[in-house]
Design a protein around this ligand. Structure first.
Ligand SMILES: NC(=O)c1ccc[n+]([C@@H]2O[C@H](COP(=O)([O-])OP(=O)(O)OC[C@H]3O[C@@H](n4cnc5c(N)ncnc54)[C@H](O)[C@@H]3O)[C@@H](O)[C@H]2O)c1
Length: 241
């Protein structure tokens, strides 16, 4: 028996590194998946469930995709919000439009996914919401004021939702990864990657497959039953809150 046997999970950002690794692990544990991404879901993932091209900043699209998932699968037990963008720019050059764009995807997108998934979970008497934040939301970071603000926002949003929804059976938690080798950080300089790796107690970045088990812990029962409003840190030791 898989740990998520018979459960239905929505994963946003499913075409990306962390989202896809989570999808593969959840599928191995018996979950049926709805894979949401603005980019097409790779073919190898499509047979793990239904694929939906959705921009998480578009409230109408998120609402109708969520309704379709419930219609197709008959239930919705788990949401993993992994869609995100990272756009490096010094604060003194950051336009309001660029700030708004990152907040729209990385914070509002997380709100929208939870906002439309949670009512189905509450109606069913339980569910799990797992928001992918970032350790930068805890420690800060240069040239990423919008990203840092969004990720700190995700951690705060997670706590607020956890307080409101836990009494209704829906457990909400966040994961704040450290640097993970995915397309998100491809654009960062090799020099930064070398010096950042050297500074980590573990001496290396993580892999998406090393983040997915934290999502499984939070999604599963009884393993995740006592986590409420927490931010777990698979981060090579970079941040120790
Ligand atoms: N890679 C890291 O070092 C790292 C560290 C901490 C946190 N994170 C967070 O983990 C999450 C997953 O990132 P990743 O590293 O797998 O990156 P990734 O770029 O591989 O995946 C992100 C996915 O989100 C999708 N996406 C972007 N904008 C979208 C939108 N508007 N609507 C729907 N989908 C959209 C992309 O198409 C992509 O498939 C992100 O929230 C990211 O901020 C990543």
């Amino acid at each position: 028996m898989g740990k998520l046997e018979g459960q239905v999970a929505v994963i946003t950002g499913a075409s990306g590194g962390i989202g896809a690794a989570t999808a593969r692990l959840f599928a191995r544990e018996g979950a049926r998946l709805a894979l949401l991404d603005v980019a097409p879901v790779p073919e190898e993932l499509q047979n793990l469930g239904t694929a939906h091209v959705v921009d998480v900043t578009d409230a109408g699209a998120v609402e109708s995709a969520t309704a379709k998932v419930v219609q197709d699968h008959g239930r919705l037990d788990i949401l993993v919000s992994a869609a995100g963008i990272l756009d490096e720019v010094p604060f003194l050059e950051m336009s309001p439009e660029r700030f708004d764009r990152t907040i729209a995807v990385d914070l509002r997108g997380v709100f929208l996914a939870a906002r439309f998934a949670a009512p189905h979970m509450v109606a069913a008497g339980g569910g799990r919401i797992i928001n992918i934040a970032s350790q930068l939301g805890i420690k800060g970071g240069t040239n990423l004021a919008h990203y840092v603000a969004a990720k700190a926002g995700v951690i705060g949003l997670t706590k607020a939702l956890a307080l409101e929804l836990a009494p209704k059976g829906v457990l909400v938690n966040a994961i704040a990864p450290g640097p993970i080798v995915t397309p998100l950080i491809d654009g960062l300089s090799e020099e930064w990657k070398r010096s950042k790796s050297a500074e980590l107690p573990l001496g290396r970045f993580g892999r998406p497959e090393e983040v997915a088990p934290t999502a499984l812990l939070l999604a599963g029962s009884p393993d995740g039953d006592i986590y409420v409003g927490q931010t777990l840190g698979p981060n090579s030791g970079d941040v120790m809150p």
